[in-house]
Design a protein around this ligand. Structure first.
Ligand code: WTA
Length: 651
């Protein structure tokens, strides 16, 4: 065991070189990629300037590439002007007018194809509708819609007139919407009457009314799209019916050219504590990040049908539904429903039905579907797939192998993409025609991304497989520009630990001898057992590798002798029994990771507290394990009742 800040004990030795058939048909040859790396290494800003000129259409070209005079407040391409909606729509016309932009599948299975021409016309009409309500450049607009094409239309319409959107995930409650409206001082809300997910009605308008019933004085207009066709209260002084309003508007709306640094959107992170954190992004730099990564990581091109299963309410849905694929002129699938409705084969049925070639989802979803059994994917022909991606949390090697074998037919490379709401686009990831992948490793930083690992004193961690703080040492175009209304919090949170050029991601990571990164978890997800700091994700990975375990959350609890002891909360596979399993699992972890990582206690449960985006809230689990009183707001959890249940189970 080394004395590095975070010790890693999990070994993974399987490797998967890029398949030759993939390399032969990829947009980027390995030589192209080497060139990108060389260019970025020899001239960081020059490299990004070249990319920005190549990938974006500018109304006014930029001459300044990076202004770092007020670090950490960086400005990219600041004297350039462009419009994001123009880059996502107009520039594909008329060449791609009849090409499908979005294949939309509703919860009920109805399919609608929307061409680039349609998407353009709908966006212009809705942009004109916003203008008719006096919304313009710089105004903030909350979008609270289901995962339907109108959400993309609403986002692009805001971008077209320079308004700043802030999408709030359709599962959030009225108080969460209210906080975001007030923090952003939004002038309008765009919502729907309601919609069905997994056959269940979600009443969006009612929730917005509840939010607006107290405070929220900034809101003047509420646009309501009729999705569910249910009865709702309409306030004639405030509410505007989407369909009626757009019918009166023209299908042409000139794009407003904005400065490259003009905020494109605010997105509130579902942080585990405190006030909402309004991460905001720029127009030019952000868009560039999404385009480059769609090309590099996903190898997207004309031949593809892309499907990112995220909701537009999360950053993944911003970068890889609303902006990246549209800016690249790529056809994509958008889905309103849930993976298990009407049956657990829904995603695989859709891959077959729509001929999806590049598929992007999260480990939590992969594990949930893996748990359902192979029979569901086996019902479908998945041979249209050529590339698989994952994001959001570390993927344990078992889930990786299942994804590779059962979904990808041992034919498709897997790109495990590390990035954050704050980074705007992929940062560390495999490149499918280039990288030899390893289950559980996110491979290497992309060209132009200077990711590194530092120890507590800011020294680079040189020892292979020793852990430390994951940082980015130079600014990059798609980085966040700030926390809305709170520049000091931005500086402290992301640049407070080392210096004003070193972005601190808040994750711990390690690097192997070949320079491949592995994410160990958030820096606060670390247990210190007898002086050895262990990433809790590693222990979780070991647990879920056991045949009886479906999911696990590992936290530390104070211990007299060891400093901290490991407590594991374990969800079993559908037909596994807990009898005599606790000791077996403790031995299992010990065998996989070493005695140091052996859990002190295993608690079986049938649920864990999760955020709406599927992340386990370890802070809450930790409080339960320690028997602490829970003071934090749990209303934004996917399953708020689980906390009481876990507490009760502990007694
Ligand atoms: C985690 C989602 C391991 C990480 C795009 C990060 C990952 C946080 C990965 C950001 C990955 C994301 N492997 N961990 N491939 N991708 N994470 O802001 O802890 O919702 O800091 O953005 O998710 O989550 P966010």
């Amino acid at each position: 065991m080394t004395d590095s800040p975070i010790d890693s004990v999990l070994e993974e030795s399987r490797t998967f070189p890029p398949p030759q058939h993939f390399v032969d048909s990829a947009n980027q040859t390995p030589a192209d990629i080497n060139q990108l790396y060389d260019a970025a290494a020899s001239d960081h800003t020059g490299f990004w300037a070249t990319q920005a000129r190549h990938h974006l259409d500018w109304h006014q070209p930029f001459s300044s590439v990076l202004n770092a005079s007020d670090a950490p407040f960086f400005r990219w391409f600041e004297d350039g002007e462009l419009n994001a909606a123009y880059n996502c729509l107009d520039r594909h016309l008329p060449e791609r007018a009849d090409q499908t932009a979005i294949i939309f599948e509703g919860d009920d299975g109805q399919v609608e194809n929307i061409t680039f021409q349609d998407l353009f016309a709908r966006t212009c009409r809705f942009a004109n509708t916003l203008k008719a309500s006096n919304i313009g450049k710089g105004d903030r607009v909350i979008i609270y819609l289901p995962n339907i094409p109108q959400a993309v239309v609403a986002m692009l319409a805001c971008a077209r007139i320079g308004a700043i959107h802030s999408v709030v995930f359709g599962g959030f409650s009225a108080p969460a919407i209210r906080d975001r409206i007030n923090d952003a001082e939004a002038r309008a809300v765009i919502t729907a009457d309601g919609n069905y997910r997994g056959g269940k009605l979600i009443q969006l308008k009612k929730t917005v009314d509840e939010a607006l019933a107290e405070g929220c004085d900034s809101v003047e207009t509420v646009f309501v799209y009729r999705r569910a066709g249910i009865d709702i209260d309409l306030n004639s002084a405030r509410d505007v019916d989407w369909d009626k309003a757009v019918a009166e508007q023209s299908t042409q709306c000139p794009p407003v050219a904005v400065d490259s640094e003009h905020p494109l959107f605010i997105l509130y992170t579902s942080g585990s504590t405190g006030r909402p954190k309004g991460i905001y992004h720029s127009t030019g730099g952000y868009l560039l990040g999404t385009i480059c990564t769609c090309r590099w990581t996903f190898d997207l091109g004309e031949r593809d049908i892309f499907w990112c299963t995220a909701d537009v309410g999360w950053v993944t849905g911003h970068s890889y539904i609303a902006y990246g694929p549209t800016a690249c002129g790529v056809t994509q699938v958008m889905f309103e429903g849930v993976p298990t409705y009407p049956e657990p084969d829904r995603l695989w049925a859709m891959v077959e039905r729509h001929g999806v070639s590049v598929f992007y989802t999260a480990p939590t979803g992969i594990r949930a579907l893996m748990r359902q059994g192979d029979e569901y994917p086996e019902r479908h022909d998945l041979t249209s797939l050529r590339l698989l991606g994952t994001v959001g949390e570390p993927i344990n090697p078992e889930a990786w192998m299942w994804y590779y074998r059962v979904i990808g037919g041992e034919r498709c490379p897997i790109v495990d993409t590390w990035w954050q709401t704050e980074t705007g686009a992929h940062m560390i990831t495999a490149l499918p025609s280039y990288t030899t992948t390893r289950p559980g490793s996110v491979s290497k930083p992309l060209p132009g991304i200077s990711a590194d690992i530092l120890d507590e004193s800011g020294e680079r961690v040189e020892t292979a497989n020793a852990g430390g703080y994951l940082v980015i040492r130079q600014p990059w175009p798609s980085m966040l520009r700030g926390i809305w209304g709170d520049p000091e919090r931005y500086r402290e949170t992301y640049f407070g630990l080392f210096d004003s050029f070193t972005y601190v991601a808040g994750d711990s990571a390690q690097r192997d001898a070949d320079g491949n990164f592995r994410i160990l978890g958030r820096t606060d997800d670390v247990v210190n057992v007898s002086g050895h700091r262990l990433g809790t994700m590693e222990v979780e990975s070991a647990l879920v590798a056991h045949k009886s375990v479906s999911e696990a959350a590992v936290v530390g609890r104070p211990h007299d002798v060891k400093g901290e002891a490991i407590v594991a909360f374990v969800i079993l596979q559908a037909n596994a029994s807990a009898d005599n399993l606790a000791d077996e699992l403790r031995e299992w972890v010990s065998k996989q990771l070493g005695a140091i990582a052996k859990p002190e206690e295993i608690r079986f449960t049938d649920g864990l507290p999760k955020t709406r985006s599927g992340k386990i809230m370890r802070r809450l689990v930790r409080s339960v394990a320690r028997g602490d009183e829970i003071t934090q707001d749990t209303s934004t959890l996917e399953n708020p009742q689980i906390v009481k249940q876990l507490q009760a189970e502990g007694h």
